[in-house]
Each structure stands twice: as structure tokens, then as C-alpha cells.
Design a protein around this ligand. Structure first.
Ligand code: SAM
Length: 581
């Protein structure tokens, strides 16, 4: 009784506090004020002036682009999972929900926009719906479809993803045996697509694919978003790591003869941090903050991440560079700088045929670097001293004579008005031979030295732009600073004599070909409450690289939560079993 009384008291206190707060809010609510401001400021003078200087869109399309940017973005989604389940889901969506919409559309006064299939997405599995909150309220058919999409998104059968953001994984062309690296992965909508592609050919009862995805993000909190997003896929083929991608250490894998060799990835997604001005429809608060310096400041880290990606890419492998920015300084200028440095070791791939029906502008071959005051410069020598740290020599377009040899027109820029989407940039790079500065991969007897990092932020200082491979060949710097972050629980793999293994095998009727050494826990002592399963390839990767990563405390590898259908029974029960042991 007393306790209850206490609770009532504390509740009324909390209520009083809330009332006080609400009163204050009536006077001044900064969040509300910001939203009002954002609602009214749906165009930025600086944005318009800058993109007119860049000629990013032909004069006669300008007004259409700006008015599209001021409209709400349509919803788009893709159907996930194996081919059979996806087709069955498509039948339900088309046969039931879209049909209802179409029937509602013939009623007098109904304003129903038919769903649009995204022609460039395979098997008719991606759709765009131009529906607003108002539509959902006024039409029963819209309401039912909306609720269905929400429910299916939470179970993972549908992924609500911006249409243009589906493009980079498609262009990456991932096969089940590929080693894939996603350099800047959080929150993970593209990583999910990559994992689905890895499992594309897998039939029920088949072993998991040979390939894997290493998903990295520098932001520790966003790594947990990634864990949350990817958990739904229950794939044993993905590991999440937490690094500055421009300094991602070389990982090692044991060869058949027991020696270690550095991993080179077959496919790399380099979806770099950017100003995001292609997402203005979704994030209108970018309008009032937009300025030319933001893009200039990101050029350095974008280049360094892409360059590191190419170092980690195998010869013959493909890397896709993408941003949700329209700015050539964040896009073509980065690609041009990379191609120039890589000489003839890297080429732009013509990806137009892999995206049938997609409307886009070919990459620009000329652009004009600008300082924050929106003065454009023809050449670096024209840049006043005060802006020389902001506008860098590497940002300038190739000369007319040189332009042809880079094939920058093979890049793809999607402008919002072309098919009612966000803005996006994508380029696919093929590594045709080792990079000029790259040492040929060495096979070492022991784990290679851990690449050093000074843990500093991504300042655009060119002196920091030496590649990680270069640093490794020069030897480690003398001082080592600990990077801030959280220490993750260890990865404790079962050994052949694991006492739980016979119980597990019997209880879950595990297939005999499953090796107990692919199971792991995250604790060294105490009850093994959660048991994880991963593929042999990822087990080797984690085991081979964990120690050196732990020593430096640079990396937190997050577990890939893995409940593949090892048997017909649902392995989620493992949780229950071991919690009660
Ligand atoms: C454009 S978002 C990536 C979106 C993601 N690919 C997706 O599809 O959901 C860029 C990401 O890069 C991360 N990031 C920023 N700087 C980074 C760096 N130096 N290394 C690795 N990740 C970085 C940010 O935390 C952010 O999550």
C-alpha cells in the first residue's frame, strides 16, 4: 500500500513536471519552430545558384526539378526473400491489394494513383506508391495496403527502401560465392540487399552460401542499427565491424596449407557519407543548412574511403561508389581523382544495360569547384588563399583533352524529377590490375601487423591521405592511440570437445555435416545463454582477426545473429534451452 502510495506521489510529481514543461512549450517550442521554418524554406538560394553554376540539369528542366524537390517523396518498397516466397508475396500484393486500389479508383470522384513498378528492378519485385497520409485517411483501399506494408515490413518480407537506394547493390552484381565488403553500411538497407543476393540461389535445406558480407560503419551507435536491421534476415554470412573505412585494416584468412593471406574482396560497396542533398524531399531540414562548403569538406573522406576500398578489392573485382548527393565535387571529382591516381589499374564500368528503363543523366565531364561564397574557379591558381584549404586541386575537372580517357560519362546521376524519386549518384569501378602503389599480396607465416591509426577524425587535410597499404609498408608509427569505443563481448567458438554439442545435436536433430566449431557464444565463463552459428568462412575470418583486433581495441565485431534453418525445427529455441540450463 505504502509503495503504491509512493508511486502515486512520484507520478503526480512527474505529472507536475510535465505540465510545467508543456506550459513552457506553449511559449516556445524550438522543434515546432524549426519544422515551421523548414516547411516554409523549401528552396535555398545557395543551392539553386550552386547547381546552376554546375549545370547539373539542363536549363529547361530546372523548374521541374525544383518543384519535384519540394514535393513529398513517394513510398517505395521491394519484396525480399527467396524467389518462390517473393513471387507468392507479389501475387498477394497485386492480386489483392493493388486490385482493391484499382477497383476503388473507378468510383466517381476517387483520386487513386496506380502503383508503379520499378522497371529496372528484377522480377517486378520493386514498386513505388505515390500515397500521402491524407490518402491513407480518405481511402479504405489505401489504408489496408498501408497496414499490410507495415506488417510485412516488420516481418522482413518487404523492405521499404527509397527507390534509388536499391540501385548500388543491383549494380554490384553479387554472387553467392563472393566476399563482399560494405564500407559505410549503417543503417543497412543496402547491406540487407547484398545479403539477400548472397542467398539468392539457396533452396530450403541447402547449406548457406560460401560467400559473406563484412558490413562496416564508423559510428558505433549506427552499428547497432545495422545489427537490428540485419537480424531479421537470419543470415550466418554477415559480420558487422566498426571502423573508420578509410583505415579499415587488412583482414587475413588461413589458406589450405595453414598460412595466412590478406583477404581481397570480390565486391565492395562504397556508399560514402555525403551532404545528402538528393534526399531533400525526405529531409527538408537540409534546405536551410545547405552550403557549398559542406560538399567540399566531404570530398577528402569520400576519396580516402574509396581509395581504401580499391586497395581491399581483388583484381577483377568490382566496387560501386554511391552518394545521395547531386554535387559533382562529392561524385565525379572523387571518381576522377581516384582514376587519375590508379592510372590504368581501375576503369569505370558501363552499367546502363543492367538498369533497363532507368532514366538518368550520364556523369559530368566538367564542373566548377566553388568556395562557400559561391565563387566558381576555373583552375586552382585562381582560388584565393583564404579558400585554398576548402577548394583543393584534386576537385578540378580533367582538361578537355584528358576528359575522354576517364569515361566519366559512365557514371549515373539520377535527378529527382526524372522518375519522381530522390537524387542519387552511382559509379561502378572495375579493378583490372594491382594499383600502382599496391604491393603484391604477400603470404605471411603469422598474422600481419595491425594497421595503425591515430584515431583522429576525418579532417580534409591532404597530408593524412596516404593509403593504409602505404602506411603498412612503411612500418608502424611509433605512437599508438586507443580509439574510443565500446569493447565488445568475446567470440568464443566451440571446440571439438564442447560438452553441449551432443545435447544440441540430439535435441535439434542437427545435420551430421554441421561442424560444432561453427557455433559460438559471447561469454568465456558462466552459462552459455545465447549460441550463435556462422559459416566456416566467417568463423575463420573472426578467429584469425580477432586477437589482433582485440589487442588494439580498434574493432568491435558485432555478432551476426544466426538462426539458419539447420533443421526443420526453429533454432530460436536455442535461446530458451540455454537460458534454462
Ligand atoms: C550514406 S550513409 C550509408 C547508408 C547505408 N549504406 C545504407 O544503405 O543504409 C553513410 C554512413 O557512413 C558512416 N560513416 C561516416 N564516416 C565514415 C567513415 N570514415 N568510415 C565508415 N563509415 C563512415 C556514417 O555513420 C553513415 O552511417
Amino acid at each position: 500500500m505504502g509503495r503504491r502510495h509512493g508511486i502515486r506521489n512520484s507520478n503526480s510529481f512527474a505529472q507536475k513536471k510535465r505540465n510545467q514543461k508543456n506550459k513552457q512549450k506553449d511559449v516556445w517550442d524550438p522543434a515546432k519552430a524549426r519544422m515551421n521554418y523548414v516547411d516554409t524554406v523549401r528552396e535555398s538560394e545557395a543551392f539553386s545558384k550552386y547547381y546552376k553554376i554546375q549545370n547539373v540539369v539542363p536549363e529547361n528542366e530546372w523548374d521541374e526539378m525544383i518543384s519535384t524537390l519540394q514535393e513529398t517523396l513517394p513510398t517505395s518498397f521491394r519484396i525480399t526473400g527467396g524467389k518462390m516466397e517473393a513471387c507468392a508475396m507479389l501475387d498477394v500484393i497485386e492480386g489483392q491489394f493493388f486490385q482493391e486500389l484499382l477497383s476503388a479508383g473507378v468510383e466517381p470522384g476517387a483520386d487513386i494513383k496506380p502503383p508503379k513498378q520499378l522497371p529496372w528492378y528484377p522480377d517486378r519485385l520493386a514498386w513505388q506508391l505515390d500515397i500521402s497520409r491524407k490518402d491513407i485517411r480518405r481511402s479504405e483501399a489505401y489504408y489496408r495496403l498501408h497496414n499490410f506494408l507495415i506488417a510485412e515490413t516488420s516481418t522482413g518480407n518487404i523492405s521499404r527502401q527509397e527507390a534509388v537506394s536499391m540501385i548500388p547493390p543491383l549494380v554490384l552484381d553479387v554472387k553467392p560465392h563472393h566476399k563482399v565488403l560494405d564500407m559505410c553500411a549503417a543503417p543497412g538497407s543496402k547491406t540487407a540487399q547484398l545479403i539477400e543476393m548472397l542467398h539468392a540461389d539457396q533452396q530450403p535445406g541447402d547449406p548457406p552460401p560460401e560467400g559473406f558480407v563484412v558490413a562496416n560503419d564508423m559510428d558505433n551507435t549506427r552499428c547497432y542499427m545495422l545489427v537490428h536491421q540485419l537480424k531479421r534476415l537470419s543470415s550466418p554470412c554477415v559480420v558487422i565491424v566498426n571502423h573508420d573505412a578509410s583505415q579499415l585494416p587488412s583482414m587475413q584468412m588461413p589458406a589450405a596449407d595453414g598460412t595466412l593471406s590478406p583477404i581481397k574482396f570480390d565486391r565492395i560497396l562504397c556508399d560514402v557519407p555525403c551532404t545528402g542533398d538528393g534526399t531533400l524531399r525526405k529531409n527538408p531540414d537540409i534546405w536551410p543548412k545547405w552550403n557549398a562548403a559542406n560538399g567540399n569538406n566531404l570530398h577528402g573522406i569520400q576519396y580516402r574511403v574509396a581509395r581504401r576500398g580499391l586497395e581491399l578489392l581483388t583484381v577483377g573485382g568490382r566496387m560501386v561508389y554511391s552518394t545521395c548527393s547531386l554535387n559533382p565535387i562529392e561524385n565525379e571529382a572523387v571518381i576522377h581523382r581516384i582514376l587519375k591516381e590508379c592510372e590504368d589499374a581501375v576503369e569505370l564500368v558501363d552499367i546502363s544495360a543492367s538498369l533497363p528503363g532507368l532514366k538518368y543523366k550520364p556523369g559530368m565531364t566538367t564542373w566548377t569547384p566553388c568556395s562557400k561564397d559561391l565563387t566558381g574557379y576555373e583552375k586552382y591558381e585562381d582560388v584565393p588563399e583564404q579558400y585554398q584549404t576548402q577548394v583543393r586541386p584534386s576537385m578540378f575537372a580533367p582538361s578537355k583533352d584528358d576528359a575522354g580517357k576517364f569515361n566519366l560519362d559512365r557514371c549515373i546521376r539520377i535527378l529527382p524529377h526524372m522518375q519522381n524519386t530522390g537524387g542519387f549518384f552511382v559509379a561502378a569501378l572495375q579493378k583490372v590490375k594491382v594499383l600502382p602503389w599496391e604491393a603484391r599480396p604477400k603470404v605471411t607465416e603469422t598474422a600481419a601487423a595491425v594497421p595503425e591509426t591515430n584515431g583522429e577524425s576525418n579532417a580534409s587535410d591532404e597530408t593524412k591521405e596516404a593509403s593504409e597499404e602505404e602506411k603498412q609498408t612503411k612500418g608502424p608509427p611509433k605512437k599508438r592511440r586507443r580509439m574510443q569505443g565500446y569493447k565488445e563481448d568475446p567470440f568464443v567458438f566451440f571446440t571439438e570437445d564442447e560438452e553441449l554439442w551432443p545435447i544440441l545435436q540430439e535435441c535439434y536433430d542437427l545435420k551430421p555435416e554441421l561442424s560444432c566449431t561453427s557455433f559460438l557464444t559471447r561469454c568465456t565463463v558462466g552459462k552459455k545463454k545465447n549460441i550463435y552459428f556462422t559459416t566456416p568462412a566467417l568463423r575463420d575470418l573472426i578467429k584469425t582477426n580477432e586477437d589482433r583486433l582485440k589487442v588494439t581495441e580498434l574493432v568491435q565485431i558485432f555478432c551476426l545473429i544466426i538462426f539458419l534453418l539447420l533443421t526443420d525445427s526453429n533454432l530460436h529455441y536455442l535461446f530458451i534451452l540455454f537460458c534454462s540450463l
